[in-house]
Structures are given as C-alpha cells and as structure tokens.
Write a protein that binds this ligand. Structure first.
Ligand SMILES: Cc1cc2nc3c(=O)[nH]c(=O)nc-3n(C[C@H](O)[C@H](O)[C@H](O)COP(=O)(O)OP(=O)(O)OC[C@H]3O[C@@H](n4cnc5c(N)ncnc54)[C@H](O)[C@@H]3O)c2cc1C
Ligand code: HEM
Length: 395
C-alpha cells in the first residue's frame, strides 16, 4: 500500500509530467533500447517512428498515476493493454527494466524539479501499477495455456493456404506444426505473428485479427499489403511477396478484448472500413454458425469493388440469415463515405455496434454515431495500432 504522502506527491505531479508526457516517453525508449537492444525484437519500430507508442505509453502511465488510489477505475484500459502485452509474450522480468528507464527519463527531462521525494514516490507508484499489469497478465497466460490445445506465448505454425481476397488483401491459413487442435477464441480477437525477414536485424511482430470463426485446426488472418505508403509496410509486404504455403512463422495465442458478446442475443451492427473488415468477418461467421436468428447489420466501406475482400462470402452469409442486412459503399465509385444519413438508416436501433477501420474512418463514424444519440457504452472499437485518444470533442 502507498502512503498518503506518496499518493499526494503522485497526484500533484501528474499534471507536470503529463505536460512533458511524450518527451519523457521518447527519452525513455531511446535510453531503454540503447541499454537493451534485445527489446527491439519485441517493439514495433514503425509505431515508434510515428510516435504512437510513445503517446500510448505516456497516456497509460499518467492515467494510472492519476488513479493511483483507485486503480479499479482504469481496469478496462489495463486489460486492453495486458491483452497486447500477452500477445507479445511480455514477462514480469521486463517490468523493472521499463521502470528503471521510465524513472531515469523523468529525471532527465525534469532536471532539478525531479526531487528525490518525487522520484521516490514515482518509483513506488510504478511498482503498484506494474504489479497490477503483471497480475492480470499472469492470469491471461495461465488461462491461455490451460485451454484445450492452448499455449503460453509463441508457437510455430505453417502456412497451409494463401488466398487472394482482393487487389490488396490476402488471407493466410495457418496450422500448428505440432498438429495439436487449436483453442477456441472469441470472435474479434487477434494473434501476434513473429517473423524473421532476411536483411532485418530484429524479429518483427505484428497483430492480425482472426478473420473467421473458430475452427478445430486452422487460424485465418487476412492481411492488407501496405506498400502504397513510404516507407513501405515491412511485414505485410513480406507476407504477401515472401511467404508461401509450407513456410513457417511464430504465432501467439489469441488475445484482445474487442469481441462479440456471445452471451447476448441483442441486435448487432458491424461497421468497417477497408481491412477493418477482418474482425467483423469472424463475428459475422460466428453468428451465422451459432445464433443465426440474431438481428445483424453488416455495413462496410471500401475504396473500390476491387479493393474489397469477402464480398461473395458476405453475400452468401447475408442470404442465409433470416434477420441480416448487408450494405457496402465504394467511396471511389461514386457511393461516397459512410455518413450520418447512411448510419441513421442502416444502424439497427438499440444494437451493440462494433467499429473498425483506419483512424480517420473510426473518428468520423463514431462522431456521427454519438451525434445520432447512440450511447457510448453501445459503441465498441478496435485500433489497428496502439490505442490513442480519438478526437471526438466536437460532437
Ligand atoms: C489488434 C490489431 C489487429 C490488426 N488486424 C489486422 C488485420 O486483420 N489485417 C491487416 O492487414 N492489418 C491488421 N493490423 C495491422 C498490422 O498489425 C500491421 O500494423 C500492418 O500489417 C502494417 O504492418 P507492416 O509491417 O506492413 O507496416 P509497417 O512497416 O509497420 O508500417 C506501417 C505504416 O507505418 C509507416 N511507417 C513505417 N516506418 C515509418 C517511419 N520510419 N516513419 C514514418 N512512417 C513509417 C508505413 O508507411 C506504413 O504506413 C492489426 C493491428 C492491430 C493492433
Ligand atoms: C506499467 C508498465 C507498462 C505500461 C503502463 C505499458 C503501457 C503500454 C501501452 C499503453 C501500450 C499500447 C497498447 C495498445 O496497443 O493499445 C503498450 C504496448 C506495448 N508494451 Fe507496454 N506497458 C508497460 C510495460 C511494458 C513492459 C515491461 C514491456 C516489455 C518490455 C512492454 C512492451 C510493450 C510492447 C512491445 C508493446 C506493443 C508496442 C507496439 O506495438 O508498438 N510494456 N504498453
């Protein structure tokens, strides 16, 4: 337990540290990677270059510190991060390394303002926060390992099939090399894949949503080739161009808290943009297999028909379900974007809503959903990168 004095110091210094949030985490990562280059095998270098991970870490640390006497209030955020950590095989032994460099960065950035009392208090607070993460992650690892066919961190898989779904999206069917059956997962969850790319110094990890409902022996991921941007997407291009049937890669156990509430039979609306369609496919298939009477709307936006994956499958599922609606807009073919009118006429009233797509897409869609009076607790969304605050202020 922290003393009241420590709590007071933490609470009074959070605003100052928040002000320097991203500077501190940027210094933190630089120093930590210099001292522990092996951690570059775990972190996503593109997220570092874009500053998203630094922002996400700063936000998380300060949110936790601001609630240090009531960590229960931020459990949902901790759980979401813990899922990501679990999918990357983060261990308790790595927490002191992060703590040491985080405190070091606070000292370096604040200089004399960081008195020994302040650093001491933050050291204690970090330990409390780290213990919360370590405890939740241990439960997750144990649970993953105890499931039928489950495992703890990474396991070797082979590519059993590779199927082109659209001009930019290709599916990979993955089977465990040890031939064990696969654990069930919640529709919407993701896996991390770890690959070694020739010419790269470090291993690369990326998350991919499972894009079909659970089967006994195969995971499917569907990957968009990110080669239209500069610099090109390392892992997605490697998967598309360099990985073929019979090749192997490491795969984490399924993780993630963006998933269909499978205990409910309430109506549900899926809204996706581009490759954000993948977790929705898993959820939609789950409904088709298990609760076909459930009322569902599948709303999707793609640039063109040729960019869109799964149209045939969606048409087939939609036709097979008695209470389903499927609508797609091709923004570059004259259909425009998903807007308030489209949502007003297509979102099922009172439904649970799941949103996934590029950041600008999610921001626009969620803003409109709130503007239509839909309560926040009905809207669930997933970032295909570190979670950051959406700018929804002008709703
Ligand atoms: C929970 C979750 C689920 C996901 N599910 C899917 C899915 O189902 N399908 C899917 O395709 N993707 C999914 N993703 C995204 C996926 O994990 C990868 O981020 C994506 O494939 C891009 O990885 P990459 O290695 O190809 O690109 P990266 O090399 O990581 O590059 C990503 C972007 O960053 C830019 N970039 C890279 N380096 C720099 C730099 N130095 N400076 C500035 N910009 C830079 C690139 O131009 C590119 O736009 C998911 C992500 C998460 C977190
Ligand atoms: C209390 C301490 C920690 C906090 C508050 C924290 C916070 C975060 C946050 C907010 C994210 C982003 C989650 C998202 O994707 O939305 C994240 C991701 C991550 N964390 Fe932590 N973390 C902590 C400890 C650690 C430790 C000890 C390690 C191991 C070295 C670690 C490694 C990672 C990695 C590799 C990612 C994914 C980064 C990426 O994809 O770019 N974290 N963490």
């Amino acid at each position: 337990m922290l003393s009241q004095e420590t709590i007071d110091i933490i609470k009074s210094t959070v605003p100052v540290l928040e002000q320097h949030g991203k500077t501190i985490t940027t210094v933190f990562y630089k120093n930590m990677f210099e001292a522990h280059p092996e951690l570059l095998n775990v972190f996503n270098h593109a997220n570092q270059s874009q500053g998203r991970q630094q922002t996400a870490l700063a936000n998380a640390v300060y949110a936790a510190a601001a609630n240090i006497d009531n960590l229960g209030a931020i459990i949902p955020a901790v759980v979401q991060i813990a899922h990501k950590h679990k999918s990357l095989g983060i261990t308790p032994e790595q927490y002191p390394i992060v703590g040491y460099h985080l405190l070091g960065a606070i000292k370096e950035v604040l200089g004399d303002a960081a008195t020994p009392e302040i650093i001491g208090a933050w050291g204690e607070a970090y330990q409390v926060i780290a213990d919360a993460f370590i405890g939740i992650e241990k439960e997750m690892y144990d649970k993953a390992e105890q499931m039928d066919g489950g495992w703890r961190t990474f396991k070797e898989f082979t590519i059993a099939d590779k199927v082109v779904e659209s001009d930019v999206i290709t599916s990979f069917y993955l089977k465990p090399i040890d031939g064990q059956p696969l654990p069930t997962y919640k529709p919407g969850q993701y896996i991390t894949i770890r690959v070694t790319i020739p010419g790269e110094t470090y291993t690369l990890n990326r998350q991919y949503s499972l894009s079909q409902a659970t089967t006994d022996d195969t995971f499917r991921i569907s990957v968009k080739r990110e080669d239209e941007c500069n610099p090109n997407g390392k892992v997605s291009v490697f998967l598309h161009r360099g990985m073929n049937v019979g090749d192997t890669l490491e795969v984490s156990a399924p993780a993630g808290d963006f998933h269909l509430d499978t205990d409910s039979d309430a109506p549900v609306t899926f809204i996706s943009g581009g490759v954000g369609i993948t977790p929705m496919m898993s959820m939609y298939e789950y409904i088709a297999k298990n609760t076909p009477e459930r009322q569902v709307a599948f709303l999707h936006s793609a640039r063109t028909r040729k960019h869109q994956a799964f149209n045939d499958k969606l048409t087939e599922l939609n036709a097979s379900l008695p209470a389903s609606k499927y609508a797609v807009l091709y923004s570059e073919e004259g259909d425009g974007f998903i807007n308030r009118d489209f949502l007003a006429s297509n979102v099922i009233e009172g439904s649970d809503i799941y949103v996934c797509g590029p950041m600008a897409f999610m921001q626009a869609v969620i803003k409109e959903l709130y503007a239509l009076g839909i309560p926040e607790e009905k809207v669930h969304y997933e970032f295909f990168g570190p979670a950051v605050q959406l700018e929804l202020a002008h709703v």
